[in-house]
Design a protein around this ligand. Structure first.
Ligand SMILES: Nc1nc2c(ncn2[C@@H]2O[C@H](COP(=O)(O)OP(=O)(O)O)[C@@H](O)[C@H]2O)c(=O)[nH]1
Ligand SMILES: [Mg+2]
Length: 623
């Protein structure tokens, strides 16, 4: 794979996961799922992408996360060694992440597309409650003379609170930074250490293979060991296994109630705690390259393992969409069947009789022949009377055939009622159906009827056209083909003459009653011509019926069914997109996982930079 392929694979995966995230956000019940989708796309963009594009490992990232008022900003200050983050008693105060860069040479930021998603870097200092898709960057003051900064190669992130999955804004921002992190410091206070949402978030981070350090805050000093033990058992005890089957080791530190003097002087009065915390981070990061490699490898493993679960919603929704489409299609078939049964089968298309009569007229001789024809016409008078009399006896009065429009609108009513009933029945089972049931409450059926009405107008024009066309075609087949016309006329004339001559020859010399055979004979030839014309009319009628069936389907039911089927998917193309996402995401994840695996394997033993990054820094001098 060329670098460009990597880039487009990363971009595509991130885009697909991002689309699915947006899609899930439309269903409030899926907020947490949307959050994990955001984490997945952010892992792709912020970790996998830069690694595969050979971005340098430095700086590593530490993200401080946790519930509202847990003490995150306070912990950030301990990591930084000075009071740099706004600690604020107001819950939910921090709305966007802030990155604290180490003092010293400028820190290189990855230059890959999609890094940190929509988050824009803001240059000016802003209060932490600015609720926009931004992140702030602040530079740490240089450490006091004679002291080294133990986290000189780390960016420390202060993050928005994790209190609810329902926020689209700051949860997404939090996920961007959490995904980026090589080490996550999870902060929980003694009174809220087992809150559900932060705990779910913690579990998610561990599943994603993040190195996590837990800091428990604000307990009484004497209660610290018990709380730590309790937390290990209750919260960490329920941690899921890692993708490789092991249970993650998560160190837990206690930051008991700190007097303001300690909080305001983390490098001095608070140094003991600071050393413990920094050491926990450093032991997770043997070297930059190794730490980043672990972050990336775990991210790829997580994506591969979680990919299926991440797509669950899509798969389920697609199945429900398919069920809805099935119901729409079944309704369409029923509609068409009803139209066939209640209208088409009984419809005579009377207009056709006119064309049939014209066809028979065409067979009459023009010009001088008309005289002969008139004679025959007179001769056939008794036949005509008898025929019309018999026809009256035989033909049943027209069965009351419902008008086409009445049948269509009844069939439409049936179709919509059935769909509504189905939606109501299944509404409790799945949001797709619930949405449809709501739609019916809000006038979906009326909308459908209006659309149908519009389509019906076009249909009406087309059906009149088609009927005329079929009739004219039938007559035209004779009228416009002189050869056919003269053959038929000639044939009929020949038959009539043959009858007359035949009667005369056979009965010569004819007596008056023999002559009666002449009108009988010419009536018979005429009857034969009528039978043929009737047959032609019937064939044309059958063609019109089948054409009409096609027309109902193409002009009325197919467009309406398409509209109904797509209705639950706002925008109209969600089915296709869901299908595409389902097909593409597992493939792309596999490709990227392979690529990460190969790259990690190649650089298995990285040379440690001279004067290794953390050498001699594992133990901080306690002031
Ligand atoms: N009494 C006491 N207050 C603390 C301690 N740690 C943090 N606080 C206060 O708790 C509030 C929330 O802390 P902060 O670090 O801003 O939490 P965040 O919302 O998670 O960033 C602030 O008013 C802090 O001053 C502590 O150990 N003891
Ligand atoms: Mg804070």
């Amino acid at each position: 794979m060329q670098p460009l392929d990597t880039r487009s694979a990363v971009g595509e995966l991130a885009k697909d996961l991002g689309w699915l995230e947006e899609y899930c956000r439309q269903q409030p019940a899926l907020a947490a799922h949307a959050g994990s989708l955001r984490l997945a796309s952010a892992l792709t963009r912020n970790v996998v992408g830069p690694y595969l594009e050979d971005q340098p490992a430095a700086p590593l990232h530490v993200a401080v996360v946790g519930g509202a008022g847990a003490g995150k900003s306070t912990v950030v200050n301990f990591l930084a060694g000075s009071v740099v983050a706004e600690a604020n008693p107001q819950a939910g105060y921090t709305r966007h992440p802030t990155a604290f860069l180490p003092a010293g040479p400028a820190v290189a930021w990855p230059s890959t597309g999609g890094f940190l998603g929509p988050l824009q870097r803001i240059a000016q200092e802003k209060p932490a409650d600015l609720d926009e898709d931004v992140y702030q960057v602040k530079r740490l003051p240089p450490p006091a003379a004679g002291r080294a900064d133990p986290l000189a190669d780390f960016v420390i992130w202060d993050c928005p609170d994790m209190t609810t999955w329902a926020s689209t804004g700051y949860v997404a921002r939090l996920m961007e930074v959490a995904a980026l992190a090589d080490v996550v410091v999870y902060v929980a206070s003694d009174e809220r250490y087992n809150d559900e949402v932060p705990t779910q978030f913690l579990h998610l981070l561990v599943k994603a293979g993040k190195a996590v350090v837990v800091v428990l805050t604000k307990m009484r000093e004497a209660d610290a060991p018990a709380l730590v033990a309790h937390f290990r058992q209750e919260i960490l005890g329920r941690l899921p296994q890692l993708p490789d089957g092991t249970t993650p080791a998560v160190p837990v530190l206690a930051f008991p109630q700190l007097p303001p003097a300690v909080r305001s002087d983390p490098a001095g009065a608070g140094a003991k705690l600071r050393v413990q915390l920094v050491n926990q981070i450093l032991v997770q990061c043997e070297s930059e390259v190794a730490a980043r490699k672990r972050t990336v490898a775990n991210a790829a493993k997580y994506l591969a393992a979680a990919g299926d679960g991440l797509l669950d919603v899509a798969r389920r929704d697609l199945a429900e969409f398919d069920a809805w489409k099935g119901a729409v299609a079944a309704g369409k078939a029923e509609f068409e069947e009803r139209y066939r049964r209640e209208f088409l089968s009984g419809e005579q298309f009377r207009r056709f009789d006119r064309y049939r009569e014209r066809l028979i007229d065409l067979l009459e001789l023009p010009g001088a022949g008309r005289m002969f024809g008139n004679v025959l016409w007179v001769l056939r008078t008794p036949y005509r009377f008898t025929r019309d009399y018999l026809a009256k006896l035989v033909v049943r009065p027209d069965v009351l055939n419902l008008s086409e429009q009445a049948v269509l609108s009844a069939a439409l009513g049936g179709w919509l009622d059935r769909l509504q009933a189905e939606a109501l029945k299944r509404a409790a089972g799945h949001p797709v159906w619930k949405g449809i049931a709501h739609g019916f409450d809000a006038g979906l059926a009326t909308q459908a009827r209006e659309r149908f009405q519009q389509e019906y107008r076009t249909f009406e024009l087309k059906e009149t056209d088609e009927l005329e066309h079929a009739g004219q075609q039938m007559v035209g087949a004779v009228e416009n083909h002189p050869a056919v016309l003269y053959t038929l006329r000639g044939g009929k004339l020949a038959a009539d003459l043959a009858v007359v001559v035949g009667v005369l020859v056979v009965t010569w010399p004819p007596s008056w009653y023999h002559l009666l055979l002449v009108p009988l004979g010419v009536s018979a030839t005429h009857q034969a011509a009528e039978v043929v014309a009737r047959g032609a009319a019937e064939a044309a009628r059958a063609r019109v019926r089948s054409r009409r069936e096609t027309l109902v389907s193409s002009a009325l039911t197919t467009p309406l069914a398409a509209w109904l089927a797509d209705w639950p998917a706002t925008g109209g193309s969600s089915f296709e997109r869901l299908q595409q996402v389902l097909r593409r995401v597992p493939q792309t994840i596999r490709q990227l996982e392979e690529k990460v695996g190969a790259k990690v394997a190649v650089s298995q033993s990285p040379p440690v930079a001279p004067g290794g990054l953390f050498v001699g820094q594992k133990e901080l001098p306690i002031a």
